[in-house]
Design a protein around this ligand. Structure first.
Ligand SMILES: [Zn+2]
Length: 279
């Protein structure tokens, strides 16, 4: 059988060495000494990618009713964040659009919508509503341009993140925007909870980025950061009293050298939203 995993020894962002932050049974989590990218040294191979994502939509993404409901609210929040930068006739491409749930809000607003997917099932489901492209963005050939490219919770799944972001900027019309929603590797909870961080990197979620790292790349490609936020207050995941107490408890344990056993709660700077505009 073909191996579904492959090893990533050097930083997949800049090629430099990393230092091991901690080790899990089947993989190590490293942080690049130069650029700060956090990555798993074992990730899905091209073959594994196909296997893993085949039925992801029904088996994972839509399997939990509560999470699905919460995600719908998040879609609405994120749409409101992007809305000042789009028009009702914007052409939108959602990279890793899943079942097309986030795109639905753009369609409602009047935008023309398309998506990409490498999960076969999601590709089929979204394909009932939107023109779809199969594969990783970097490898897809397009014959048109867009005003908006969305990476909502998807850049950690791209085997070629830099090439895909470069492709996204090339696909944009002048004045067009790229929206990125991602886990923040500079976040308090990741630094504090480490292997107990609730959104870890793993062989299927390859990396964690931070803002400076993305800014450097995006600026080098003529993209300008327009706005950012860190969605927590006002999200369905917010429970600030409990969450602050849990973080305080983890700080105490870390100070006294005790093991943190509970997973990190949702918190203020765990997720980050960025919008870049093409100059
Ligand atoms: Zn690096």
């Amino acid at each position: 059988m073909e191996n579904i995993y492959k090893k990533v020894e050097k930083c997949p962002w800049c090629g430099q060495q990393g230092k091991t932050l901690f080790s899990e049974k089947a993989y190590n989590v490293l942080k690049c000494k130069k650029c700060g990218l956090v990555w798993s040294d074992t990730v899905l191979s091209e073959h594994g990618l196909k296997e893993y994502w085949t039925n992801y939509e029904s088996e994972v993404h839509s399997a939990d009713a509560v999470l699905t409901e919460q995600r719908k609210i998040m879609y609405r929040n994120d749409f409101d964040f992007v809305k000042p930068f789009i028009d009702s006739n914007s052409k939108v491409l959602d990279v890793g659009c899943g079942d097309g749930g986030f795109l639905d809000l753009f369609k409602e607003y009047g935008c023309s919508c398309e998506g990409t997917e490498f999960g076969e099932e999601a590709y089929r489901i979204a394909g009932r509503k939107y023109p779809m492209y199969f594969g990783e963005l970097a490898d897809i050939v397009f014959e048109k341009k867009y005003d908006v490219v969305l990476f909502r919770g998807t850049i950690q799944y791209l085997l070629k993140p830099q090439e895909s972001l470069k492709k996204a900027t090339e696909l944009l019309n002048r004045g067009g925007i790229i929206f990125i929603y991602m886990v923040n590797s500079d976040s308090i909870c990741f630094k504090l909870f480490k292997d107990k961080f609730r959104l870890p990197v793993s062989p299927t979620d390859y990396y964690m980025f931070n803002k400076p790292l993305l800014n450097d790349l995006m600026e080098s490609m003529g993209m300008q950061l327009m706005v950012e936020n860190m969605p927590y207050l006002g999200t369905p995941y917010e429970n600030w009293r409990e969450d602050i107490l849990e973080v305080a408890e983890a700080i105490r344990k870390s100070d006294t050298g005790d093991t943190i056993e509970k997973k990190s709660p949702p918190f203020f700077d765990t997720m980050i939203n960025l919008i870049y505009k093409k100059k």
